[in-house]
Design a protein around this ligand. Structure first.
Ligand code: C5P
Ligand code: MG
Length: 207
């Protein structure tokens, strides 16, 4: 019995976290596509932005810092973000495929991830969504009417685009080197975009 327990502990330690990153500019529809992906594939979905927004409501040092950075459209220190993601993953158990949206957002996000996970994870694929800025701004301003998000305001939206172009877009090339990837222009309807993603994802999941 002790032997079996030890084997089980060993297996759970050696099992890798299975991960899918989904990235793209603000307003590209990451959340919308994630909802549909979760429905179809039963992935466990964590939005980095969602985890941070929850953290920002806490009356703690971290909470206050996160709240201030989000409302300026700035990127939160990776120690906080990656810590929240890891905690959420560990609470779900390793046997799932984790769909992590809005991460990594900059080089620090990648370095912090590598520090925490090392080679203890398998990148099933990255999903990289693209769209032109004019269409995105229109979508975000539409969303602003009901999202209640402190950063869905015209001036913060501009700032978030700037951060995306300067920090997030360059690391898409790094993601492509880290493992398999799917690159989709998210300009059509929700279902069109979903169709393009799933066509490639089905292949990746077989490998
Ligand atoms: O992905 P989402 O648009 O929900 O992110 C909202 C905000 O959360 C970002 O503008 C940024 O301030 C913060 N964030 C971050 N690091 C991430 C993801 C989100 O700092 N990896
Ligand atoms: Mg989101």
């Amino acid at each position: 019995y002790i032997f079996l327990t030890l084997i089980n502990i060993y297996l759970s330690m050696s099992e890798k976290y299975k991960v899918i990153f989904i990235v793209g500019p603000p307003g590209v529809g990451k959340n919308t596509q994630c909802d549909k992906l979760v429905e179809k594939y039963k992935f466990v979905h964590f939005g980095a932005g969602d985890l941070l927004r929850a953290e920002s409501k806490k009356d703690t040092e971290d909470g206050k810092l996160v709240n201030s950075l989000i409302s300026q459209g700035k990127i939160v220190p990776v120690k906080i973000t990656c810590g929240l993601i890891k905690k959420a993953m560990d609470e779900s158990g390793k046997d799932k495929i984790f769909l992590i949206d809005g991460y990594p957002r900059n080089q620090e996000n990648i370095d912090g991830w590598n520090e925490v996970f090392g080679d203890n994870y398998k990148l099933v694929t990255s999903i990289i969504l693209g769209c032109d800025e004019a269409a995105l701004e229109k979508r975000l301003l539409e969303r602003a009417k009901s999202s209640g998000r402190s950063d869905d305001k015209s001036e913060v939206i501009k700032k978030r685009f700037k951060v995306y172009v300067e920090q997030s877009q360059p690391i898409e090339a790094k993601l492509k080197q880290m493992g398999p990837f799917i690159e989709v222009q998210a300009t059509g309807s929700i279902d069109e975009v979903f169709g393009k993603i799933t066509a490639e994802l089905d292949e990746k999941l077989k490998q």
